[in-house]
Design a protein. Structure first.
Lengths: 177, 294
């Protein structure tokens, strides 16, 4: 992942202000965001606490549950496992970035609503973003392939059957079916 | 977490190595950050400096060189999993990286990271050891290579000097007539780390006997376990149930298995016996059904 400031000397640390914070520039949902954070803060902490994008949630905190899923250059990653400083120079997408210009739901979101692919919805942003990456990678994905790809997203309500129904419907919607 | 964490983004390996020399044990190299972030959050490590490799060009390539694949340290797990050249030349490597954790971790975790971390319960190390891979490292005195077999020293401990950095790994393409396998046995969930992972390579001679047999067991002890003396029990023989069973029993007897939440030491020993047998059988069958041996 790339550094923020190409003019900074290769062997100097990132400058820290009086509060022990560094300056960060992140590209989130098509916007350039400037913010300050502690050097060890994770992308998840920065998204929630500095940018107030609270769709990504902390679940397990160790990369196993998928509640904090964020797309980095279109690929799902765990926001809880990435220092925010390493997210610079990449295109980030959170669930807030999926809606259309007038607040329309994304076709994947519509499919999840139609099939009630959730109960409490804590895991839902992560599932929807992972579904987006999956369908961009494999537009003709089978139900079994989707099951394997989504195995790292946990739904403690156990809505898996309806989630998979939603994914298959989203596939058909995006294929223009 | 510590308030004073110096974050470095060196743009050359020389600068990164210099920073490690300057900060000593206080510095940690960061690549995909998946393991390091957990260790920092759990306060198991508290570095005062992080040295990111992400701005150093050239570390993210996969290339074929003299009958081997050279995989750069910053190549992500998922890139190994999906790489056309890896799938064509060393399919077991692509399969193994595809079995690690979940897609999010595989999109971030790097090849150099899984080597340098030396976590006993990672999948790739056993495969690298079975394939006689060599780790490329760079330090203040230049480059050297370390056989994967000697690279993993103990729990979270490698043969790296404090100011050396893993730059890549060279994995020989198995000879014609070879079959390979990696069996990951999990006891809790599909995205769990292995309780036991076994990598095997079998090369069949034209008469059907095993010209080569290699077996490495991961996650059962502090480091990947490989025993040339017990591999020799199978070499030169047709890999019958009896012969395969003898190798599996020898491995089960030789490994000082560990206890953790994925299985007790006794259970692991029995699972080593089962999965060494299955891994050899899979590699043998793959060798028999693959392109003909010459």
């Amino acid at each position: 992942m790339t550094a923020a400031d190409p003019s900074a000397p290769s062997t100097s640390p990132r400058p820290v202000d009086g509060e022990g914070k560094i300056s960060l520039t992140l590209h989130v949902n098509g916007r350039e965001e400037h913010l300050r954070a502690r050097p060890h803060h994770t992308l998840l902490e920065v998204l929630r606490n500095e940018l107030h994008l609270t769709g990504a949630r902390e679940g397990c905190g160790v990369g196993m549950c998928g509640a904090c899923t964020v797309l980095l250059d279109g690929r799902p990653i765990s926001g809880c496992l990435l220092p925010a400083a390493l997210a610079e120079g990449h295109e980030l997408t959170t669930i807030e970035g999926l809606e259309g210009p007038n607040g329309e739901l994304h076709p994947i979101q519509e499919a999840y609503v139609e099939h009630t692919g959730f109960q409490c919805s804590y895991c839902t942003p992560g599932f929807i973003l992972t579904t987006k990456a999956l369908l961009e990678e494999r537009p003709d994905v089978s139900r079994d392939e989707a099951k394997a790809y989504l195995a790292g997203n946990l739904c403690r309500c156990g809505s898996y059957v309806k989630i998979l129904d939603s994914v298959m419907d989203a596939r058909d919607r995006l294929r223009g079916g | 977490m510590p308030g004073s964490l110096a974050f470095y983004h060196p743009t050359t390996l020389e600068d990164a190595i210099g920073l490690l020399g300057e900060h000593g044990d206080e510095a940690k190299v960061v690549a995909g950050a998946t393991a390091l972030t957990i260790l920092m959050r759990q306060r198991l490590v508290a570095p005062s400096a992080l040295v990111s490799l992400g701005s150093i060009p050239g570390l993210d390539r996969i290339e074929e060189v003299d009958g081997s694949l050279r995989i750069g340290a910053m190549v992500r797990h998922r890139d190994v999993e999906l790489s056309q050249i890896v799938r064509a030349r060393i399919p077991v490597l692509a399969e193994t990286f595809g079995k690690v954790a979940n897609v999010r971790v595989r999109n971030a975790a790097t090849v150099g990271g899984v080597l340098a971390e030396s976590d006993y319960a990672s999948d790739p190390p056993a495969v690298f050891v079975a394939l006689d891979a060599e780790v490329e490292v760079r330090g203040p005195n230049g480059e050297r290579t370390i056989p994967a077999r000697d690279f993993f020293v103990a729990f979270y401990e490698t043969a790296l000097e404090p100011d050396e950095i893993v730059t890549g790994i060279v994995v020989p393409v198995p000879a014609a007539g070879s079959g390979t396998s990696y069996h990951k046995f999990v006891t809790r969930s599909s995205e769990d780390r292995p309780c036991v992972g076994v990598a095997a390579l079998v090369r069949l001679a034209p008469d059907g006997s095993a010209a080569d047999l290699r077996v490495a067991v991961g996650a059962a002890a502090e480091t990947p376990q490989r025993f040339p003396d017990y591999e020799a029990l199978g070499r030169g023989h047709v890999l019958s149930d009896d012969i395969v069973g003898r190798v599996a029993d020898a491995y089960a007897g030789a490994i000082d298995t560990l206890d953790d939440m994925r299985g007790s030491a006794w259970y692991r020993t029995e699972m080593v016996r089962v999965w060494v047998r299955r891994a050899i059988e899979s590699a043998r069958d793959a060798a028999a059904s693959g392109p003909a041996a010459h």
